[in-house]
Design a protein around this ligand. Structure first.
Ligand SMILES: [Zn+2]
Length: 596
């Protein structure tokens, strides 16, 4: 069967030659030279106490250009390391790229210092310039954030100490995970699996097998838990020390700031979810019945109910995605077609690829690349649509100033989830049998449970852990306890088994790039659901509104974004309730179809 669309991406149109690319090497060298010279020039200007607003505006513009170059490099590295995990050269270049990213961060710190040091008259003149006025939100934001931090030299010192004292703990975590093996018995043989391979088997059709793998998986993490307790305590300690030095007493301050959202919004979101959990517990109980067990265990939640679901070829998936997108937005459909035609997607199933999926964008080339492994399942089709949603989000922002293109994780998942929902809904509608429909609905509801319960448990755990960590290191036994308590609460005590080692097995607690890598997921999911509900009502008229909303994701607080483009107040339960009600339609259909 010949394929119409390539399942292997084309990286040569960005830099030819992969990790041996001369062009990429030259790009890195030029970038390093430019960053060094730029920093030196700004340092001199600062020393001379030159506060010429036009000169500094020029620096801001140059910083945006150099920012694009740095981003282009790190995007290329993510693609290289994902397509072949054994590419040592790519990993080496990755180290270099990180150094350059840190130099770029210093450049931005210098600019922040200057923004802060302008007096009100200078600030007025600076922001009255057309180019600066266009990015006023971002300039104000940086200035306000800088006010909240220590002086520039101290912040730069923290940045440089964090390479070995903070990020290193995150890397150590990855090193330990990379070495771990999960031993399982299969067909009378003992097999040593990587944690990634083992975790794939956690959704096996056979409950006995799931339970076996789960037990061994938990055991493997428990065995290393003293190391993980150490990495987690140290990186949390570094974070808390930094917050303390800046005079911040609230752990959520930084994550909320990064996500440009109010604490009220976060609280009302969790509150509304909690009030609606009962319905989802009913779904989980029904699923237990269908699986012939009394209560679901942690390892049953994403177990399949049926395996009789049709597979979809890559070509058919591509055509289906394009035609479904077209119903909501011809522009989005056209964009997706372009991504397939121009080989932006790496979907081939082969050895040596990193697991998971992502989308990364190249600001200089104004292109994106999508990475995943396509096996023909309905969830693969959804993932493909999801990543295309990310790429489209970037695409509609391409002509904006670089500083206004940077959106946070909570809105990052908006376009992706929206795209995914379009396709997942269409797949359910196209189901040939009730059995297939039930399975597809189960996939969707499963996601709601993940966002409302699993992510909630992570949020509860992390909040409580950081509270206790303020008083000193937290033991692994206590971490296990905190984890199970959080899971029981988040899942409304509805499960028969919990996962005490989850704090160790979940990478997200150990990510140093962004703190609290959890609640933004749930926010993004429900936010996009609210948009999807609106799009379903408005049809084609929604296209332009949707584009306008996406374009503002890098230059508005989320509460303002919602008022401006959706006319809703995120600090009130109404919006959240409506989004949840929308999801409950699937729940009702599921309950209806599975009633005996
Ligand atoms: Zn995503």
């Amino acid at each position: 069967m010949s394929n119409r669309y390539s399942e292997v991406w084309n990286l040569d149109t960005i830099f030819p030659g992969g990790s041996r690319s001369k062009e990429f090497k030259a790009h890195l060298e030029a970038l390093e030279t430019e960053l060094t010279a730029f920093q030196a020039e700004m340092d001199r200007t600062q020393e001379e106490e030159n506060e010429d607003v036009d000169l500094w505006a020029d620096y801001v513009n140059r910083a945006q250009e150099v920012g694009k170059k740095a981003r282009e490099a790190s995007a290329f590295i993510s693609c290289l390391t994902a397509q072949d995990v054994t590419d040592d050269l790519a990993r080496l270049l990755g180290g270099k790229t990180k150094q350059l990213a840190s130099k770029y961060a210093s450049v931005m710190t210098t600019i922040d210092e200057q923004l802060l040091s302008f007096n009100s008259e200078q600030w007025g003149a600076f922001t009255a310039r057309d180019d600066m006025n266009q990015i006023l939100f971002n300039l104000n934001e940086r200035r306000e954030n800088a006010k909240d931090k220590l002086s520039g030299d101290k912040e730069k010192l923290i940045q440089s100490l964090s390479v070995d004292g903070y990020h290193a703990w995150g890397e150590m975590y990855n090193t330990i995970v990379g070495r771990m093996k999960v031993e399982i018995e299969e067909n009378g043989e003992t097999k040593a699996l990587s944690v990634g391979q083992a975790s794939n088997k956690l959704s096996d059709k056979s409950r006995e097998k799931r339970k076996h793998v789960f037990d061994r998986y938990e055991k493997a993490w428990a065995q290393e838990s003293d190391l993980f307790a150490s990495t987690l305590n140290h990186l949390a300690g570094f974070r808390l020390e930094t917050y303390g030095a800046r005079g911040w007493d609230e752990v959520l301050k930084e994550p909320l700031q990064i996500n440009r959202m109010k604490k009220e919004t976060l609280e009302v979101m969790w509150q509304t979810i909690t009030e609606n959990k009962e319905a989802f517990v009913k779904y989980m109980n029904r699923k237990a019945e269908l699986l012939g067990i009394e209560r679901l265990a942690m390892y049953d939640i994403s177990a399949p109910i049926s395996e009789n679901v049709s597979e979809v070829s890559y070509d058919d998936a591509a055509d289906m995605i394009v035609s479904q997108f077209n119903k909501f937005s011809p522009k989005m459909a056209e964009f997706a077609q372009k991504a397939f035609d121009e080989e932006w997607i790496e979907a081939e199933s082969r050895e040596g690829k990193r697991p998971g999926g992502f989308c990364t964008s190249f600001p200089l080339s104004e292109q994106s690349r999508i990475f995943m492994t396509y096996d023909g399942s309905a969830s693969n089709v959804a993932t493909l649509a999801h990543e295309l949603g990310h790429a489209y989000h970037q695409y509609v922002m391409n002509d904006l100033p670089q500083i206004s293109q940077r959106y946070a994780m909570n809105v990052a998942e908006t376009a992706s989830t929206f795209a995914e929902m379009i396709v997942a809904d269409a797949t359910v509608k196209a189901a040939k049998t009730d059995e297939e429909k039930i399975q597809l609905l189960d996939d969707k509801l499963n996601r709601s449970v993940a966002f409302f319960m699993n992510i909630h448990s992570r949020f509860l755990f992390e909040t409580r852990f950081y509270d206790e960590r303020k008083n000193g290191p937290v033991s692994k036994e206590r971490l296990n306890e905190l984890m199970v308590e959080a899971q029981k609460e988040a899942y409304c005590e509805s499960l028969s088994d919990y996962s005490p080692s989850f704090w160790a097995s979940k990478l997200h607690f150990h990510i140093t790039g962004v703190p609290f890598y959890n609640f933004p997921y749930t926010f993004g999911y429900l936010f996009s659901m609210g948009i999807y509900a609106k799009a379903s009502e408005e049809g084609a008229a929604f296209e332009e509104k949707y584009i306008d909303l996406l374009r503002d994701t890098g230059r508005l607080e989320v509460e303002e974004l919602a008022i401006k483009h959706l006319n809703v107040d995120l600090t009130k339960p109404g919006f959240w309730q409506k989004a949840i009600d929308f999801l409950k339609q699937d729940l009702d259909t599921f309950m209806e179809l599975t009633r005996k």
